[in-house]
Design a protein around this ligand. Sequence first.
Ligand code: BJW
Length: 225
Amino acid sequence: MRKIVILTGAGISAESGLGTFRAEGGLWAQHRIEDVATPEGFARDPKLVMEFYNARRAQAAEAAPNEGHRALARLEQDFDGEVVVVTQNVDDLHEKAGSRKVMHMHGALKSALCATCDHRWPAPLVMAPGDACPACERPTARPDIVWFGEMPYDMDEIFEHLAGADLFASIGTSGNVYPAAGFVAEARRSGARTVEFNIEPSLVGSQFDDIRIGSASQTLPRWVE
Ligand code: BJW
């Protein structure tokens, strides 16, 4: 086996204290998606959106990786081939755990983006509406987060990795959001073996060859041993 592609979602960071989106009491129970995770929501109320991401940035800065993140970093270190982590998460817990090849398809809390010129730079802990872009100097800084209706990052490279994958593992993601929810079908078409790790089968769970039910902090260390 030469290449393992791993997709992670909010579930892997749940035991590090970062809330998931769709659980009872999760982020979407407290905020309307269309208010905080769409370009239209940001245009309507930039202060609300900045405050939402400022709070999550502060929380993520304090969070520590758990045994699930650490198991994936060990896998990358020990595997005699390529391990690519494609994460939908905007925290940096994979990096904190030691993973090196991490692709943030939905952006990153630690990054800011200019809505005018697309320049990206390290975000300050607190961002405010009207913050200036350091490149073009316009007051159009925004969180570097991929909102609904926007194109996720690195799609060409991700699909290339999926086409070359021998094994595809999906961890802690509900299968609600595309294109990530379609990666299992893509990996299968390429002949990869597929495995899902979740506390319950996801919406696309029936497409996997194998499902490991349980918390990622427990199932992943056993899997990589
Ligand atoms: C555990 C656990 C533990 C708990 N251990 N597990 C109609 C059909 C198809 C598509 C569309 C459609 N209408 C619109 C679309 C497109 C849209 C979409 O998918 N909408 C759906 C809602 C239908 N998608 C987009 O707009 C995307 N862009 C796009 O499609 O561009 C066009 C394109 C075309 C072709 C190719 C490529 C592109 C952009 C999506 C952007 C998503 N952004 C968000 C918010 C921003 C980030 C932020 O604020 O943090 O990203 S939404 C939110 O959902 C966030 C997440 O990354 C994403 C996925 O959530 P995730 O990670 O799955 O979390 P949960 O909470 O849903 O699930 C947690 C899971 O963990 C659960 O299963 C638990 O059981 C499990 N779990 N504890 C293991 N301890």
